[in-house]
Write a protein that binds this ligand. Structure first.
Ligand SMILES: *[C@@H]1O[C@H](CO)[C@@H](O)[C@H](O)[C@H]1NC(C)=O
Ligand SMILES: *[C@@H]1O[C@H](CO)[C@@H](O)[C@H](O)[C@H]1NC(C)=O
Length: 820
């Protein structure tokens, strides 16, 4: 992942290897043809039937972003069968035909003989790298994140991709936002496929009218045609194929799944400590306190304001004593101030992006006159990474993590709020390339540098820890290093409502670790909106409250006493779900799954769910529909057919179809999916650290056959040792009236038995039990002798609660229900 070798590189290689089990040697692609005007057409095959096709000049060098496609994604030899002006590239069950009929090249990607994608491009070197796509087997297109728009792509609209610092952005808009994933998923119940168009220049995609087969016109401004065709055939498979190319999500440090408290700005150490105290006084859990730009000495990052934060260790030590963390913002712009080490080194060392005249690029940002590191080259990334090292970052250490804002990059006096397109970057091989050519990928390289710096910060002798990084701007590959959030939203009901489709779009475009500013960044948040946003945030992979400098204080206890217990309930529910969420992240990280899943994605055979965008699966087993309407007294939830659903709070069972339920301010429409076990920690604590030894409650939601299955993954939450097998992974399965706890056996690598957990199970809750229970018997093995113990239980209707089995969550045991 990094071109420098060493501990960190080797370690990351282990992580990358986990994703793709077999690594065949890299073979070159196959030259399919060279067009009359000198365009080379090359084909490459990747595992799982994926085919890549590039069209670029054979005469002049052209930029292609480096390091985004995983090296572990091996290139297989393509068989090219020539037939006149038509060639067919085979890869397993899939094939790509290339037809050259000057001035046009046309492509058809088919799997098992079914045409999935048809595309046309120009064969002329002077033409734009434009491609028209049609998806003949599909019905609806999704993707092109990031947009504050509906989840399905809308016809007769142009989706812009040009990473930008969008100020007070409107919703239901296809204007460019902070990040770009040039990817489309084309769905129907019969066949879902995907296309990734790896070109980081300013791009617009016109979605044609919705009347015809889904089609679009994709227009990058410059650069090469570089297409990846993903065969599916299901949405979940397209997602995993996408992750096999650009990487699965980063494995989050455990604490980062807790609640984060941010504000522009917590003003000084005392203010911070009182916010921290406030959570404890109000019995509200949180894990991370954040510092925005004002904590620095005049917006020079990696420094501290000497009056407001004279000794940062006071703060980190106080937080760490409760197991909590600090995140500080480190934006990529560098203040041009004599004597500032970062600036002095950058200008002397030639680390800055250059303007068209070859001088350091200068622009205005938070600190005033600024320049930007040229993250496109390894030399600059290695230099920048050093600023995270413990010997360079005052007050640093493993309890401080990183927020990277403004990395589009945002430039106040630039062009479209960013760098002029004629600014120049220098690549490792010495080529220079204009900013316009690389723009959308700039933030990817900035985050690579941050990740490297943080992993190696403790020095060669320290055990590396997983960094937590939040990035505003992103491109494919950024998900390997960081979480993202949707930038500067507003405290409005429609922004709350739209945040779900926006995050779902990101989630199925391979950015699982996503969230939005809870409460809305701009403007004051009315109490009801704040409560609803905290409830929604509890079901977002990244959960952070944040607010603009001009807003009223908004810590979760700032509203009326009546709202406090409701907000506390939302926080408590989030914390209860973290073991389940972490388990889902492990699957996402190792297999390329995602976390938030639209209904069509999880139930692809039910095409009528394809427009649903406010109801979703949070992981595999929980369906949620956050309330986003002011004054709501009732909501209607579309429950997918063919599955039993259980109201989490009451155990009430519902079959598929629209489900109408009354809601008050305390209601979160949340359902357990029949057939799934959800491990939770129900005791209210101050932080994930404080809950680490707590016992589990296992929720067992039965399907129509009376079965259920689920798992629980635990590791140290901090280091990379899990990649060597230091974890505990358990399965819980319920069948024939018996709940069995056993080891999860199909991990690669398998557990090495080094890591242990001592948590007990304090409760088992079974939903949907059809018999009348007369006796519950626990069987454990002691020295190979089975011991049977009768357990306390209570049955109300179809809900059975078994109390205090007091078994270890990591031990083998079974609990059998006997009927009257
Ligand atoms: C794409 O389609 C448009 C019409 O919709 C056409 O004008 C354009 O030439 C096509 N481009 C390519 C590369 O096929
Ligand atoms: C968004 O705009 C489209 C028209 O472009 C419209 O069909 C759709 O209903 C709007 N969505 C919302 C949530 O308002």
């Amino acid at each position: 992942m990094f071109s420098t070798a060493g501990r960190c590189g080797a370690l990351l290689a282990v992580v990358a290897l986990m994703l793709v089990a077999t690594v065949t040697p890299v073979a070159l692609g196959t030259r399919v043809t060279t067009t009359k005007s000198g365009m080379g057409v090359d084909g490459f095959a990747y595992p799982k039937g994926i085919i890549r096709l590039t069209v670029k000049s054979t005469e002049k060098w052209q930029y292609q972003p480096d390091g985004i496609i995983l090296p572990a994604a091996s290139e297989l030899q393509v068989e090219a069968a020539k037939e006149g002006n038509k060639w067919t590239l085979h890869n397993g069950d899939c094939a790509l035909t290339v037809t050259s009929a000057s001035p046009q090249l046309s492509f058809q990607f088919s799997c098992q003989g079914k045409p999935l994608v048809k595309a046309t491009a120009s064969d002329n070197v002077e033409a734009l790298p434009e491609v028209n796509f049609t998806f003949p087997a599909a019905r609806t297109m999704y993707g092109l994140a990031e947009h504050a728009a509906d989840l399905p792509l809308r016809g007769d609209a142009v989706y812009e991709m040009y990473n930008t610092d969008a100020f007070q952005y409107p919703i239901n808009s296809t204007k460019a936002l902070y990040g770009a994933i040039p990817f489309i998923m084309a769905y129907s119940a019969a066949a879902t496929s995907g296309v990734l168009f790896l070109n980081p220049s300013e791009t617009s995609v016109r979605i044609n009218s919705e009347d015809a087969a889904p089609s679009c016109r994709w227009q990058p401004e410059v650069g090469v045609v570089d297409l990846f065709f993903l065969p599916g055939p299901t949405p979940a498979k397209v997602q995993r194929q996408h992750a096999s190319l650009t990487g699965a999500t980063v494995m989050p440090p455990y604490f980062s799944l807790g609640y984060h408290q941010c504000r522009w700005n917590y003003m000084n150490t005392k203010d911070c400590l009182s916010v921290d105290e406030g959570f404890d006084q109000h019995n509200m859990p949180y894990d991370v306190l954040w510092l925005d730009i004002e904590h620095t000495d005049k917006k020079k990052y990696f420094t501290w304001d000497k009056y407001t934060f004279p000794d940062p260790k006071v703060l980190t030590t106080a937080l760490a004593s409760k197991g909590r963390k600090l995140v500080t913002v480190k934006d990529p712009h560098v203040k041009r101030e004599g004597g500032f080490a970062m600036h002095e080194e950058a200008s002397k060392g030639g680390y800055y992006v250059k303007d068209a005249n070859g001088n350091d690029y200068e622009g205005e940002c938070w600190p005033g006159r600024s320049s930007w590191p040229d993250f496109l080259n390894t030399r600059t990334r290695n230099w920048y990474a050093e600023f995270f090292h413990d010997d360079r970052y005052p007050g640093g250490g493993r309890d401080i993590h990183t927020w990277v804002d403004m990395n589009e990059p945002s430039i106040f006096n630039g062009d479209k709020g960013t760098m002029f397109k004629n600014a120049m970057h220098t690549l490792d091989d010495g080529h220079t390339v204009s900013h316009g050519t690389i723009h959308n990928a700039y933030s990817f390289y900035s985050i690579q540098a941050v990740y490297k710096g943080m992993v190696e910060a403790g020095g060669a002798k320290a055990t590396p820890e997983r960094p937590f990084i939040l990035t505003r701007s992103f491109f494919p590959g950024s998900q390997r290093y960081a979480a993202m959030w949707t930038g500067d939203n507003m405290a409005r009901w429609d922004h709350l409502e739209n945040s779900v489709p926006e995050l779902l779009s990101l989630s199925i475009s391979n950015f699982p670790f996503c969230g939005c500013d809870v409460g809305g960044f701009f403007f004051d948040t009315e109490e009801e909106l704040f409560v609803r946003w905290m409830q929604a945030g509890a079901f977002m992979p990244f959960f952070r409250g944040h607010a603009h400098l001009d807003t009223k204080r908004r810590e979760p206890w700032s509203y009326s006493p009546a709202s406090q217990p409701i907000i506390r309930n939302a926080l408590a529910l989030r914390y209860a779900l973290i073991p389940y969420l972490y388990t889902n992240f492990y699957h996402a990280h190792t297999k390329g799954n995602t976390i938030m899943r639209p209904l069509f994605f999880e139930f692809p055979e039910q095409e009528k769910l394809r427009e649903v965008q406010n109801t979703y699966l949070f992981g595999r087993a929980i369906l949620v529909q956050p309330v986003a309407q002011k004054g709501a007294t009732e909501v209607t939830v579309p429950l997918p057919a063919g599955t039993l659903w259980y109201n989490y709070f009451t155990g009430e069972m519902a079959t598929g179809g629209t489900y109408t339920m009354p809601v008050d301010l305390n209601t979160i429409p949340m359902f357990l999916r029949g057939g799934h076990v959800v491990p939770m920690k129900l005791r209210l604590r101050r932080s994930t650290y404080a809950a680490r030894l707590d016992p589990f409650t296992l929720f067992v939601a039965l399907n129509a056959q009376g079965n259920s299955y689920g798992d629980l993954y635990c590791d140290d939450g901090t280091t990379f040792e899990y990649a060597k097998g230091s974890f505990v992974h358990r399965t819980f399965s319920f069948s024939e009236s018996t709940l069995t706890s056993s080891s999860f056996t199909t991990d690669t690598p398998a557990s090495n038995g080094v890591f242990a957990v001592a948590n007990a199970v304090e409760r088992v809750v079974v939903y949907g039990y059809s018999g009348k229970v007369s006796k519950v018997v626990l069987t454990t093995a002691h020295n190979a002798i089975d011991m049977a113990t009768e357990l306390d239980f209570e049955q109300v209707g179809a809900t059975v609660i078994v109390r205090q089995p007091k078994v270890l969550v990591a031990a083998d045991w079974f609990i059998a229900f006997e009927n009257e």
